[in-house]
Design a protein around this ligand. Sequence first.
Ligand SMILES: Nc1ncnc2c1ncn2[C@@H]1O[C@H](COP(=O)(O)OP(=O)(O)OP(=O)(O)O)[C@@H](O)[C@H]1O
Ligand SMILES: [Mg+2]
Length: 431
Amino acid sequence: MAKPILLVDDEKQMRDALREAIQRLGYSTVVADNGQDALTKLNTTPFALVVTDMKMPKMDGLSFLKEVRKRVGKLPVLVITGYGTVENAVEAMKEGASDYLMKPFSFEKLTKKVNSIMESLAGSREIVSINPKMKRILQIAGEISTSDTTVLIYGESGTGKELIARFIHRSSHRKDKPFVAVNCAAIPDNLMESELFGHEKGSFTGATERKIGKFELANEGTILLDEIGEMSMGLQAKLLRVLQEKEIDRVGGKHTIPINIRVLATTNRDLYKESTEGNFREDLYYRLSVFPIHVPPLRERQDDIVPLSEYFIQKFSALLSKEVKGLTKEAVEFLENKQWRGNIRELENVIHRAVLLSKGELISVDDFMCDNDTPVADNSSKGIKEMEKDLILKTLKDVNGNKTKAAKILGVSVRTIRNKLNEYGKYFPDT
Ligand SMILES: Nc1ncnc2c1ncn2[C@@H]1O[C@H](COP(=O)(O)OP(=O)(O)OP(=O)(O)O)[C@@H](O)[C@H]1O
Ligand SMILES: [Mg+2]
């Protein structure tokens, strides 16, 4: 039985709305109308997650959070802060909140945050490997995590770079402080500076509120600069200055803000080569690669294919409420002979899809069928979520929106279908 989520809010309306939304995601909930009550409940029940309001009359959210941290060190806490109270959120992150939601928030936002915390609890943080080279890497990562060295983690896409970065943070003395990841490839260049360093109200057209940047949010913790190879030259210069001076300037700000931060970076490019070719600042390259870690592609650790597959089978069986327990002999051969250009992410996607399709306790080669007739190697990372969505929506269409029938055909629970539809923001009337 999965552990319930504890919801703490003094306002009944909010409490009910939260409960309803979170139950729709398939999680069970327990509610408390104040911090004291919540602490009593924490003494007797193990929870998966706490969602708490920050502004409450008897015991405010921050004191409650501190108390939770004292009692159950690792329990993730999602805090809800009032409109425009950024400082509140920053304070809460410092005290070890896992994430925050600012009022007013949409159902989608809440769903996304809760799901991502719950999924990370479901085990996606674990690093599975029996490969000697990989074990050595993890050992080294563990050793360097105690210092504040900058680490550059590089390797092909989908090899587990971000997982290793999170592992370094978790093993470090900063583990109870924030871990903030910024994907340098996903944010348009002109917004990146304010994303990283924040901005003051009115500092440029569109800056209607003061914004706290990722560096400030991650203060005292770790920042992960994901896909650093994509950062523009201009910003590289600013980043270098931040790393040297250990202080940041908000865009339009009047004074600098000191920061104490551990920097990790990942890239799937050959940054050294890029730096010699003038595409990446050489000085920044040397600054970042004080300690380089190369994560080998899956083809160089074939022995990990089966343990990883078994791990993913367990994970998706639990998430999709299926009874799949393993692989047939032919299925193992298939996986061992396949080329994994998308590396572990691709393997994870292939297993996800197979668990979804599988009818029995063992995954057979047939369950990998769609991999034979479509070349998925490269677009597979776009793959699974999209394909799962297509599959579910198509099946629903075939049975005129009858969720019970669709669930039967796909071999998942009706609840899984409902959750997925919620996730897609699609509504099929209940039949
Ligand atoms: N050793 C491992 N054990 C379990 N899961 C793993 C392992 N390595 C990677 N994964 C999983 O594979 C997926 C890809 O990992 P991750 O995001 O860390 O890769 P990445 O190298 O950062 O990829 P990209 O270059 O595409 O950003 C994640 O879902 C991660 O949880
Ligand atoms: Mg990554």
